[in-house]
Each structure stands twice: as structure tokens, then as C-alpha cells.
Design a protein around this ligand. Structure first.
Ligand code: PLP
Length: 229
């Protein structure tokens, strides 16, 4: 069930600050998604390839909600890129050059440009994925030198997940670090026509803090759809 009131006030709050909303619909039904769509939401985030493929297929077959922009926000294995390349709008979790090359290759087969965010490791937990500044620099140096071979991807910003913690100071510092990484990359690489402009950070429990620290895109699930089951 979608909470319409929560959605409307969240949208107001985000619009006022020029922050985009990704509605994270993992484990939620196509019915829930269609409800939020009817309220005007177009950007949806999913974590699992098979689930995403099935949902996309469902909407195509029904011929409803066909202009949803799907965001892949989970950890993406290279061998699964081919299943989503024909329709994915943005991939948030790019954490290696090889993955970027694979996305480019598969997107080319469909004559598309897939937007990509470089995922940074900002949390304390070692279980979370992501790059550090040095690794991100290496990727961008390579892409810059080989730009002829990366015509089917657009690197549009960065993404990160803060520690799952009540320590506000800690979480705030992690968001500050991601913001700093974003600006470091921006000044050093001047990525084409200012298309490098997204800082994807903030979830249900920490999005206000993330916005305070410069987030331009929040990924919110449980607040909109109710607790995950
Ligand atoms: C599940 C998930 C979210 C949404 O989390 P909520 O706490 O439900 O808002 C955001 N980002 C990523 C990467 C996720 O996996």
C-alpha cells in the first residue's frame, strides 16, 4: 500500500529543495508501483535484476506505466547487464571499469546511452561496495583517454550508502565525504556539458541529512511503501 499523504508531502519537501526522488520498489508489487505512478512518480529503483526484468515486462505487456524510468540501485554483476540494457535508465552502482565496459557494450547493441553513477564506499561497514577517490580517478582517466569506446554510457554523477547507524555525526561525515568526492571529480574531469551533476545519497532514515549535505537525488523505499517484508 502506498501512503498518498506521505508521498505528497515528501514530493513537496523535495521539490522545494530541487532534489529528485527515486521510489525504491524492491519487493513491492506492480500494483504498488502503478499506484505511485498514478500520483505522478516516474523514477523507480530496483535492486535485483530478475525482479526488475519481470516488472518491466509486466508493464510492457499491459501497456501501462510504459514511461517509467528504471534505476538499478543494487550490486550489478557483469553477466547480468545484458538483461536490463535494453530499458534501464540509470545504473547507480558502477564500481569497476569492467562493469562500465560491459554496460557500454550491451547498451550499444540497443543503440542506447545508459546513464551511470560511480558508487563510492563511504560507510564503515566493509560489506558495502564502492570505489575510493583513487579508483574513481583511474576509471575516469581511462574513459577520458578512450572516449571513442564509451559512446553508449554517460557518467552523470556519484552514489553512496552511509553506515546503518544512529550516529548522526558519523553519517553526516560520510555524506560530506561523498559530496567532496563528487566535487573533486567534477573539477578534475569537467565531464561533458555539465552532465555530471547527480549526487545520489539518502534513504528513508537519513535523507534529510543527506540533502543538508548536498544530495540531489534520494532513494526512498520503506517511507513510501511501508516497511520491507
Ligand atoms: C533498499 C535501498 C534503498 C531504500 O531504502 P529504504 O530504507 O527502504 O528507504 C535505497 N538505496 C539502496 C541502495 C537500497 O538498496
Amino acid at each position: 500500500m502506498v501512503n498518498e499523504q506521505v508521498f505528497n508531502s515528501l514530493i513537496q519537501e523535495l521539490d522545494a529543495q530541487n532534489v529528485a526522488l527515486i521510489a525504491v520498489s524492491k519487493f513491492k508489487s506492480t500494483n504498488d508501483i502503478a499506484q505511485l505512478y498514478a500520483l505522478g512518480q516516474r523514477d523507480f529503483g530496483e535492486n535485483y535484476v530478475q525482479e526488475l526484468v519481470e516488472k518491466n515486462q509486466y508493464f510492457l505487456e499491459k501497456n501501462i506505466c510504459t514511461d517509467i524510468r528504471w534505476h538499478f540501485i543494487g550490486h550489478l554483476q557483469r553477466n547480468k547487464v545484458k538483461y536490463i540494457a535494453s530499458f534501464i535508465d540509470t545504473i547507480h552502482g558502477v564500481d569497476s571499469l569492467k562493469l562500465l565496459q560491459e554496460i557500454n557494450k550491451e547498451a550499444a547493441k540497443h543503440n542506447r546511452i545508459v546513464k551511470c553513477l560511480l558508487q563510492f564506499h563511504i560507510a564503515e561497514e566493509s560489506s558495502k561496495f564502492g570505489l575510493d577517490n583513487t579508483e574513481a580517478f583511474e576509471i575516469l582517466e581511462y574513459v577520458k583517454a578512450q572516449h571513442e569506446n564509451f559512446k553508449n554510457i554517460a557518467i552523470v554523477g556519484v552514489m553512496g550508502m552511509a553506515s546503518f547507524s544512529d550516529d548522526t555525526i558519523q553519517v553526516q561525515q560520510e555524506f560530506k565525504n561523498l559530496n567532496a568526492s563528487f566535487h573533486l571529480l567534477k573539477t578534475n574531469f569537467h565531464l561533458a556539458n555539465d552532465q555530471f551533476k547527480i549526487i545520489s545519497m539518502g534513504m528513508s532514515n537519513d535523507y534529510a541529512l543527506a540533502i543538508q549535505e548536498g544530495s540531489t537525488m534520494v532513494r526512498i523505499g520503506s517511507l513510501l511503501f511501508g516497511k520491507r517484508n
